[in-house]
Design a protein around this ligand. Structure first.
Ligand code: BTN
Length: 259
């Protein structure tokens, strides 16, 4: 990494670090600026129900809630791919820091999983200057030091944490530094070398390949099999009807594995 990076702002509590970062971005904050909160009172997830984003479980003292401002020199049409680069960077940072290596997977487009349980999620939001997109705020929530018995009932069967997976606690600030470093490196890679090189590092960790899934298609859930990330950055799917498509955005649901 060359040059000085903007400081990391530590907040005891906030609504959502993505909101703080977006406001700061509009006031001229720099590429690489980062906000971390010990807890969030209105942390947002990516999933939407009736147009409202689902809450992201954000208790104090245990997890990582961070937002990173990125202003890469990318065509506006390429900004959507920044979230894939961020997922690759966050995965690598967590894999190295925890020693879990290849046990951490990416569920397209940008959730991080250990086995079939979610470890972390990313929420990327564009920053507008008038009608022009000037960058993106990448929000990252990681379950770090929560024990099995501390996960709320709604997510206990679908979520995990670094502590549950490794049996030990992890320092949240060093994770923050490492995640920022890796995501910024991937953002530079996307800018200089293009999406294909990011996909080379996404594909070996692509959790959905060959799995039975459901995707939103023509306004309804459709079942099929994932063929993994496509060259465009979308998800290639063969529907049970035989139709082949590439889903560019949205949610993917895994169907139970057949035994
Ligand atoms: C997901 O649903 O998988 C995305 C979750 C993103 C949560 C993080 S926590 C820090 C940042 N601030 C928010 O309000 N959301 C993101």
């Amino acid at each position: 990494m060359t040059g000085l990076l903007p400081p990391i702002s530590l907040l005891a509590q906030t609504h959502s670090t993505n909101d703080v970062a977006t406001r700061a971005a509009r006031s001229g904050a720099d590429h690489g600026a980062c906000w971390v909160a010990d807890q969030q009172s209105a942390g947002r997830g990516r999933r939407q129900i009736d147009g409202v984003r689902r809450a992201w479980f954000s208790p104090p003292g245990a997890n990582l809630y961070m937002s990173l401002l990125l202003k890469p020199r990318l065509e506006p049409s390429m900004l959507a791919t920044l979230t894939l680069a961020a997922a690759v960077g966050a995965r690598q940072a967590l894999a190295e820091a925890s020693g879990l290596g290849d046990k951490i997977w990416i569920k397209w487009p940008n959730d991080l999983y250990i086995g079939d349980k979610k470890l972390a999620g990313l929420l990327s939001e564009g920053v507008l200057d008038g009608m022009k997109i000037v960058g993106a705020v990448v929000g990252i929530g990681v379950n770090v030091n929560l024990g099995d018995d501390e996960l709320p009932d709604e997510i206990a069967s679908i979520a995990t944490s670094l502590k549950i997976a490794t049996g030990q606690s992890h320092d949240r600030f060093s994770l923050t530094l490492r995640i920022r470093e890796h995501i910024m490196a991937r953002s530079r890679q996307l800018e200089q070398l293009g999406l294909a090189t990011i996909l080379e590092d996404f594909r070996p960790h692509d959790l959905s390949v060959g799995r039975a899934i459901q995707v939103m298609h023509a306004g309804a859930w459709a079942a099929g099999v994932s063929r993994g990330i496509a060259d465009s950055g979308g998800l290639a799917v063969v529907l049970d009807s035989g139709e082949r498509l590439v889903v560019q955005a949205g949610e993917v649901r895994f169907l139970p594995k057949s035994s």
